[in-house]
Design a protein around this ligand. Structure first.
Ligand SMILES: [Zn+2]
Length: 415
């Protein structure tokens, strides 16, 4: 067994152990500031110390392991991901990124090797937003972009967030939560290893890919209003059926998504009024989710779809309403970090695949503070947010080799 394979086995074991810290007996559910998170933080802190790192926790409960540079006053390279989970989660979404970074530091420590920059491994206390329905609490607190109104939110049991933070050993003080731990100039950048959460790597038979950008997203509510009427008495040509308009629109969304490179567009919810078998549908409200790594392409797609909704409605005597609920712009990964990750992949003899991330990540928040780079690891069936999440030790070993190669390339540049 190579040393990378041994380290990969350790990473798999760590993920198994973390997977056992759950709020629910029969599945993995690890919400923000829970007892399960406290246990996870405790064991990861121990592994960090064993890997030669000093460990601290910040005001919101993020875990920070620091491995010093060759010399004092050097910059810091951040590596991280999240240690919280969704309900009935898999073991790898989040923890895998923290454990691979930790394994790479452990390997440096075993070789007594120091780099021209310090490394901090970050285990974010909340990314998924399970407990307070407010994602990225951890990375927002770390970058000083925490939304203070979130402190007033209460969980399902009525516990205010500020109280949960305090019970978790943190300090819910506004000025601390709004203060970044770093200045831009002190950092080399932020890197995150994460499972792909999609099927592309598996389809291409590749272990890893470099991420080009985190896709921007538009969430829109579309409503078609026709006329509810008797399903038996109104002849077909005289109807204003809102569901037929909506159905045509759903297929137009699929067609545009399919014909535009890199675009994904989804209607995930449809509600029909009045919703009776003997009534022509009078009103339909549907959700539209549009994502692309280039904001201009996404915005253009939204304009085209709105135009289609108007045309479809006009042809059927059905009016439409278009309401943008949320827009997130795309976050590009930094070319100089992406290029080094790509170089590492190629030097190890793998075909280079560059993918946008359709899902959000802590890296998108860190991008407000520093340059980001991301590496995807293949997961079986592209499945995530599901106990069936699965990665192989072989792919983890490749990811470890990749990160090590990346670190030495970056050391040559920074050193
Ligand atoms: Zn994740």
């Amino acid at each position: 067994m190579t040393s990378e394979e041994t380290s990969a086995r350790t990473v798999m074991e760590w993920c198994d152990i973390l997977g056992s810290y759950s709020e629910e007996p029969d599945c993995l559910t690890r919400p923000f500031a829970s007892e399960a998170m406290r246990q996870a933080n405790e064991v990861v802190a121990k592994w960090m110390r064993d890997a030669g790192m000093t460990v601290q926790r910040d005001a919101i409960g993020n875990l920070i392991g620091r491995y010093e540079a060759r010399s004092a006053g050097a910059k810091t390279l951040l590596f991280g991901s999240h240690l919280d989970s969704v309900r009935d989660a898999g073991k790898y979404d989040g923890p895998l990124g923290v454990m691979i970074a930790l394994a790479c530091v452990e390997r440096l420590y075993q070789r007594q090797e120091r780099l021209p920059f310090a490394i901090e491994v970050l285990g974010f206390a909340d990314e998924e937003g399970l407990r307070y329905h407010s994602a990225y609490l951890g990375s927002r607190a770390m970058t000083g972009t925490f939304d203070l109104e979130a402190l007033q939110l209460t969980d399902a049991e009525g516990i205010p967030m500020a109280e949960a933070i305090r019970a978790f050993g943190g300090t819910p003080e506004p000025d601390i939560l709004r203060t970044s731990r770093w200045q831009r100039d002190d950092l080399v950048g932020y890197c995150e290893v994460h499972i792909e959460q999609g099927p592309v790597l598996e389809a291409r038979n590749l272990p890893v890919a470099v991420v080009s950008a985190i896709a921007g997203q538009s969430r829109i509510s579309v409503r078609f209003t026709g006329e509810a009427n008797h399903a038996g008495t109104v002849p077909m040509p005289l109807r204003h059926d809102a569901l037929c308009a909506a159905a045509e629109f759903v297929l137009a969304v699929e067609a545009l998504g399919s014909s535009t490179a890199g675009l994904v567009a989804t209607v995930g919810q449809v509600s029909v009024q009045p919703g009776a078998s003997n009534v022509i549908p009078g009103q339909v409200t549907l959700s539209l989710d549009v994502r692309h790594q280039d904001d201009m392409v996404r915005e253009q797609a939204c304009r085209q779809l709105e135009e289609r909704a108007r045309e479809i409605g006009q042809a059927r005597g059905v009016s439409y309403n278009w309401q943008v609920l949320q827009e997130h712009h795309a976050v590009p990964c930094a070319p100089h970090l992406t290029q080094l990750l790509a170089q590492a992949i190629e030097e190890l003899g793998y075909s280079l695949l560059s993918l946008p991330s359709g899902a959000g990540h802590d890296a998108a928040v860190l991008a407000e503070l520093t340059d980001i780079g991301m590496l995807f690891v293949r997961c079986r069936g592209g499945i995530s947010h599901n106990p069936a999440e699965s990665v192989t030790p072989e792919d983890v070993a490749v990811a470890i080799k990749m990160v090590e190669r990346f670190l030495s390339l970056l050391s040559e540049k920074e050193g």
